[in-house]
Structures are given as C-alpha cells and as structure tokens.
Design a binder for this molecule. Structure first.
Ligand code: FPP
Length: 245
C-alpha cells in the first residue's frame, strides 16, 4: 500500500476525478442524500490537501454536470448551498496553499451570487503557482465540444479561418481547458464505469481507473494508491511497448 506519493517524475501531470457515490454512501447509513454530499465536500477538502502535499500540478474535479440540473430541486438546492459554503470557507486555505482555482462550465445558468464567488476565487488565486485546481461546474463535455466547433465555424464563415488549418491542437485551444495539459489519469469512484460527459475530448489518452470506493470514503491514502497504480502503468499513446519497438 502506498502511503507516500510517487516520485515527482512518475506523478501524473493532470488527474481528473468523477466524484461519484455520495447518495449511496448516505443510503447505506439511512441518512438523507444531502448528508452524502456534506461528506463529499469533506472528502474534496482532504483530497485537495493530499494533492498539494504530493506536489501534483493539476487536479480537475467533476462537481456538477450540466445534467445534474435534472435532479429534484431540493437536492440541487442543497448542492448549491454546499458549493456556496465551500467557495466561501475554503478560499483562504486555497490562497495559503498556493492553489490556483478555475471553474469550467456554463456560468450563465448559475445563480449570480455563486458566479460572483467563483470570480472572486479565480481572481484571488490567479497568481498562485502551486496546484491548478479546476472544478467542472455546470459542465458537459459534448456542450464544450459543440461550443468550440461553433466558434471555429463562425471564424471560418467570416473568413478569419481556413478550415483546412483545423487540427486537434487548434481545436483544443477553444476548449475550457486550453490552459491545462490533458488528464493522464482519470479516476471514477463508486464502481460505475462511465465517463458521464466528463472531459470527453481531453481524455483521449487518459489512463482510466475505476475504484469501488464511494466518494466520501475516498481518503488521501486511497488517492495516493491511485497515483501509485498510475506510476506502474505503461503508457503507449498508440505506439508499441518500449521492449518491442
Ligand atoms: C455524485 O454522487 C456526486 C455529485 C453529483 C456531486 C459531487 C459533489 C460533491 C462531491 C460535493 C460538493 C463538491 C464541492 C466541490 C464543494 P451521487 O449523488 O450521484 O451519488 P449516487 O450515485 O450514489 O446517488
């Protein structure tokens, strides 16, 4: 079991996490779903600390998908209340730890006060050079790809872009994540094996790690184990293993 982070050289450059299982965690304890989300926030805090302690450069967390609006209004309201508390209460710790916070997603659907908190968090941490912490919030991968395609199509229509010059690299500059490297490790907790519209373009070569642990039980120890598993995987990017090549 890995209690210490791997060497900097075998750390993934970017870890993305689908934090799943809050509801089941609560159900197992005969608690309301909201209690699972409260425990989920505590896990977020611990994992962000573990990531900064491990010297990770980029961590992206799927906090709220564009499909999550379809949940019952009471649950959406409870989640929004938790985001408010988190963005307000954890800002100073982010600043102190040198964490740079970004939010990716569709801000136009988010309540004004939350949007203002997000903007303040981004502004206050913009100069930080430690962990890049990104929350996918009201985020959908297909929407993101469509928005990028729409922007390029508009530029082509207006004669500002030759469609023949569109490459994957150019396309990626129009995504929310243009400032980040692509995730090389994508973790989903709770035993489900789906991407659920998360970082679809960016995860083309990500190592996928599905763990059975429910998100509130995903401890720093388990996070370090995941980093350790990544360090043991052989990544090929479509080529042959080194021994054969
Ligand atoms: C999935 O569990 C989790 C979510 C829909 C929201 C993720 C939110 C958190 C971890 C807490 C808040 C985060 C921040 C950044 C403050 P689920 O409800 O789908 O669980 P289930 O599949 O067991 O029902």
């Amino acid at each position: 079991m890995a209690a210490v982070p791997p060497d900097a050289s075998s750390l993934p450059r970017h870890v993305a996490i689908i934090m799943d299982g809050n509801g089941r965690w609560a159900r197992k304890r005969h608690l309301p779903r909201q209690a699972g989300h409260v425990a989920g926030v505590a896990a977020v805090r611990e994992i962000v600390r573990a990531a900064t302690d491990a010297g990770l450069q980029n961590l992206t967390l799927y906090a709220f998908s564009s499909e999550n609006w379809k949940r019952p209004p009471t649950e959406v309201g409870a989640l929004m209340g938790l985001f408010r508390l988190y963005f307000r209460n954890d800002l100073e710790e982010m600043v102190a730890r040198g964490v740079r916070v970004r939010i990716i997603g569709n801000r136009s659907r988010v309540a004004t006060d939350i949007r203002q908190m997000i903007e303040e968090m981004e502004r206050r941490t913009v100069g930080n050079t430690g962990l890049n912490l990104t929350f996918a919030f009201d985020y959908g991968g297909q929407e993101e790809i469509c928005a990028a395609a729409r922007e390029l199509a508009r530029a082509a229509k207006e004669g500002r872009l030759d469609p023949e010059t569109i490459t994957p690299e150019l396309f990626a500059t129009r995504l929310f994540t243009s400032a980040l490297p692509e995730p090389d490790l994508l973790i989903r907790t709770s035993g489900e094996r789906r991407l659920s519209n998360f970082l679809l373009w960016q995860s083309a070569y990500a190592e996928l790690l599905f763990v059975d642990t429910l998100w509130p039980d995903f401890t720093p120890e388990k996070f370090l184990e995941a980093l350790d598993q990544f360090a043991r995987r052989e990544r090929r990017f479509g080529s042959l293993p080194e021994a054969v090549a």
